[in-house]
Design a binder for this molecule. Sequence first.
Ligand SMILES: N[C@H](CCC[C@H](N)C(=O)O)C(=O)O
Length: 275
Amino acid sequence: MNKPISFKKMHGSGNDFILVDNRSMVVPLEKANEVAKILCRRKFGVGADGLILICESEQADFKWYFYNADGSEAEMCGNGGRCAARFAFETGIAGSELSFETLAGIIHASINGKRVKLELPTPEILERELTLDVRDQVITGSFLNTGVPHFVQIVEDVQAVPVYEIGRLIRHHKKFQPQGTNCNFVEIRKENYIVVRTYERGVEDETHACGTGAVASAISCALSMKCVPPITVETWGGEKLKVFFELTQEGVKDVFLEGEAIIVYSGELNGDMIV
Ligand SMILES: N[C@H](CCC[C@H](N)C(=O)O)C(=O)O
């Protein structure tokens, strides 16, 4: 019998994750993709949108490895990053002002109780007016990278969007291959308040929230001159995120995502589940 593995189940606005202090490599990195699929599977595993492994770092307080529920590794995750920061603080791995290594670069975060303010890498605005043929309709939106790729469409009524059906088609659209994209549908309520629904690559479904998607959506609304930062993002799970950034002639800078990162429970996993 393999020894049990301690983990914490956390969420950021309903985007939920399994976090493991992996500094002793209790989950071998070469097995992590498979372990993520097993642990994130609803009903059969713990169930989550992603797995986060916290490891030693030479350059920052810790290094993280982030895996989507389908086992794919992603460069960045805004909600997961907020959870990882709070996890590291609560387990004594880092102080309330911390940094961690990701495939998207070194990320800084500030902890204030349950709230975490996370600095995101400088976004890339890849296409501001992109038109896609999706089944029997023409969809226009913007395409950005906020650590991971995001397509953003501004709509009149976000409640009415068949997010799974349309999001899946856009995620797999030939325009975005081979890496694919996350897909966000945004309704602008006020110049500093939007509602966002996201179909997430690697979860292959709508999630209750997507941090990098909230940032991409907020920036897209500001680029369309319909919003001004800071922007409150109402997520599908009902919680609110705050997005801070500055639009300049050269692009976007000083990007932060703030919200609660909740520890739901600490658990112990049967080590035999990851053989
Ligand atoms: N599924 C995303 C990564 C997680 C993004 C999301 N959970 C967030 O909070 O930013 C991708 O593969 O691009």
